[in-house]
Write a protein that binds this ligand. Structure first.
Ligand SMILES: [Zn+2]
Length: 211
């Protein structure tokens, strides 16, 4: 029951009287579960906070690889990060990079329009079919990332969750200065508390994890 209280607090916090399409919630769909543990994420990969019982909102991000002529995908990386860590991480982004990212998103994504478009769509997968930035489906043999916002065992549905194609992620990375990318990597190095295997993946995929 505790979870339900947090969700209502969160929804009130997000509620905008003028918004015809307020946030709703649903149990975290399997697509956003950890492939590694075959269950929902339990801990923040940076501060190790208990995501199930703390009531802290958190993001889940997973990246997939697609194959030409085949339906199946493979997971490249996955993690959950609490809102506090995400906020701390964002403090490392320079004003210039932040402004460039906001402009880029602002020109390509209208949160109100997105909420309206998906308000009546029950199947969450439909909301993830097209890239939030360029409106395209993931290319065959390419990569894509999905990002969702959760509280306890629940996923928030409004402009979240969304999908970003690998091509759009590359464009985002180009907007971030090298200094900021170094800062973000440093932040990860200092704070990472997850399993060593994930540490290796982080090193391998580099800044894509940070988007
Ligand atoms: Zn955290």
């Amino acid at each position: 029951m505790k979870c339900v209280k947090w969700i209502f607090q969160y929804i009130r916090f997000m509620a905008d009287d003028e918004n015809e399409h307020p946030s709703s919630v649903e149990p975290i769909p399997k697509l956003f579960w950890s492939d590694l543990t075959e269950s929902t994420f339990k801990r923040c990969m940076l501060c190790d906070v208990d995501l199930v019982n703390s009531g802290k909102p958190y993001f889940i991000e997973k990246a997939f690889k697609t194959y030409k002529g085949r339906k199946e995908t493979s997971t490249i990386f996955e993690y959950a990060m609490c809102l506090s860590c995400k906020t701390e991480m964002e403090k490392r982004i320079s004003e210039q990079s932040k402004a460039a990212l906001q402009r880029h998103f602002g020109q390509r994504m209208d949160p109100t329009e997105r909420r309206k478009r998906f308000a009546e769509v029950e199947d969450i997968h439909v909301q993830l079919e097209h890239c939030v930035l360029d409106g395209q489906r993931p290319s065959e043999g390419g990569e894509y990332q999905i990002i969702g916002l959760c509280i306890g065992g629940w996923m928030i549905r409004d402009e979240f969750p969304y999908m970003i194609r690998g091509e759009s992620v590359d464009e985002l990375i180009e907007l971030i200065s090298n200094e900021t990318l170094d800062e973000l990597r440093g932040f990860m190095d200092e704070n990472f508390s997850g399993p060593p295997e994930f540490r290796e993946i982080l090193d391998e995929v580099g800044p894509r994890v940070l988007i």
